[in-house]
Design a protein around this ligand. Sequence first.
Ligand code: PXP
Length: 249
Amino acid sequence: MIPRLGVNIDHVATIRNARGGNYPDPVKAAQIAAKAGADGITAHLREDRRHITDRDIERLGKETDLPLNLEMAATDEMLSIALKASPHAACLVPEKREERTTEGGLDAAGQHNHLARFVRTLKDNGTRVSLFIEPVQVQLEAALALGAPVVELHTGAYAEACNAGKTDDAMSILEDLHRAAEFGMREGLEIHAGHGLTFDTVIPVAAIAQVKELNIGHFLISEAIFCGLYDAITHMRELIAGARKELTS
Ligand code: PXP
């Protein structure tokens, strides 16, 4: 099975917010993503609303047909928004105000007591819950103990090592990702992956047999400046599909 592609549209909103107007519109980006064959839309409503806003989340629910994956911090404010919006999926992520992007995975092991209520309440509301974690066994075990059906493995360190030309490091993190995906799926978790992936780095991750969904944003929106969003997404999908074909051939 070819992994689903969730397109993260946060950075369309980043560009819009740079001028405070209403363009470029992340909802329009979601509509183009749908035409280009994306399987879902991912959006991170951050505490400081630096990109996606509450109104964007509302509009994404009404004006696009693709399932929405809401990335959110485990806070009461975000929980009440998620309960109201009832997205198809919610991905719990760690969030620090000063970070440029989500740094590191959620400490599902250390925060078990805090996270349990969020996982349970979202699940009871019919939302598929995932935890964004590092590819480390203790975090997968914590996700299982919390009853989360899905984990998204953080590929940021792998992507950074690739970009820095640190091939040995990248290979070693890739092995961790393989090991985590195998363990997680064996234990009944659905495995997703994402963060920092580009045309150059996506193939080895897409080739991990257990990965069912990839969430990719910043690179696609960046590439859209040069070739358009539709072409950026269709090319990414081709690379993902190609990685899977190689695996089965
Ligand atoms: N998955 C999660 C959980 C994320 O937090 C992000 C970034 O918002 C992504 C995937 C997409 O990462 P990127 O924008 O680097 O492709």
